[in-house]
Design a binder for this molecule. Sequence first.
Ligand SMILES: Cc1cc2nc3c(=O)[nH]c(=O)nc-3n(C[C@H](O)[C@H](O)[C@H](O)COP(=O)(O)OP(=O)(O)OC[C@H]3O[C@@H](n4cnc5c(N)ncnc54)[C@H](O)[C@@H]3O)c2cc1C
Length: 362
Amino acid sequence: MSDNPFWPRPARIPSGPRPGRVEVLVVGGGITGVSLLRRLGERGVKAALAERRQLAFGASGRNAGFLLEGTAANYADAVAAHGREVAREVWDFTGENHRRLAEALAGRAGYHRGGSRTRAASPAEELRLEESAELMEEDGWPVELADASLLNPRDGELFPAEAVGALAADCLPGSIFEQVEIADLAREGLLPIEADEVILATNAFTGRLLRGIPIRPVRAQMLATAPFATRVVDRPTYADHGYQYWRQLPSGEVLVGGYRDRAPEREVGFGLATTPLVQRHLDQHLRGLGVTAPVTHRWAGTMGFTPDALPLVGRLRPGLAICAGYTGHGMAFAHLCARVLVDHLLGGPPPPKWLDPGRFQE
Ligand SMILES: Cc1cc2nc3c(=O)[nH]c(=O)nc-3n(C[C@H](O)[C@H](O)[C@H](O)COP(=O)(O)OP(=O)(O)OC[C@H]3O[C@@H](n4cnc5c(N)ncnc54)[C@H](O)[C@@H]3O)c2cc1C
């Protein structure tokens, strides 16, 4: 039994000699970091990426690989939380993120667009899914409703760590530096690679570098089985407001995640150890699906939650920007957030207001 994530980490990227100074230093080597570095390269900016461990060591190498529209909330709940206009913009944004990420991956990293299913775990949730379907239809995001579940035909899935590796392979050779930790942002002259601008792509870990940033670390656990011959689920499936999720790979392995709501006070912080309580729920879920293949991997990862479940994208102060805080939905947002931020730093339009990192300041 492995306590490493199911997804193999991308192959080590050979780094060149460390530059003394670059125009932009990206901190963090997950989906955000490599998307930023790739876009900076496309725009001709001299940039480097520093990752404290190795690429995809964080949540990007530990997630379920669902590529879904929107936030973790259903559309009706998102409309209630953010208002109709912002919810529509958020769904538009994530639709565009999907399109751009698929284009960048160009068939790599197991990308497949076969839709997703959201199942109601209670009559109240079923009602919210019905309301969501109506609102989505009106706003130009049609879905199908059947058997207390909502099928979104536009959603997709991928192999997340491989996606990080694929985007990293598109970056300028020698610009990625693994095992390089950025420990202190406060003092000039202390960065291992000096830069005119630093972009934090450190998601859940951002608070360890910068005090007062409104991102809190929340844990999520998963398991994966050996290949199981019977198909038990036809597409990535989400249930109970996103507290349960499962998928089966084309090669038969079944992945199940979630149940952090069963121990919310413990499923916080940066620890990567799994717990018997949450894993018991995941085992039970597996049995409920009728899967008898042995469990091969159990692991945990750290997500970065913001107070309104929307990311923080923009400049924090001169020379320091952030692209983080996806609240468990980074695959849905990160690639386009990175693009929008880089283009903005190079003189393009600002990111949408709902991404403004200063929005929680009084
Ligand atoms: C179990 C689980 C399941 C999930 N399922 C899904 C899903 O199906 N779909 C979805 O959209 N989202 C999912 N998520 C959320 C998603 O994984 C994240 O939102 C996304 O990966 C965030 O990417 P990132 O690159 O911003 O951060 P990360 O991938 O966490 O990368 C941050 C990197 O920064 C590095 N770092 C931190 N501090 C420093 C420092 N001081 N110096 C240098 N490097 C540093 C870390 O080592 C890390 O590699 C899930 C998360 C978990 C944990």
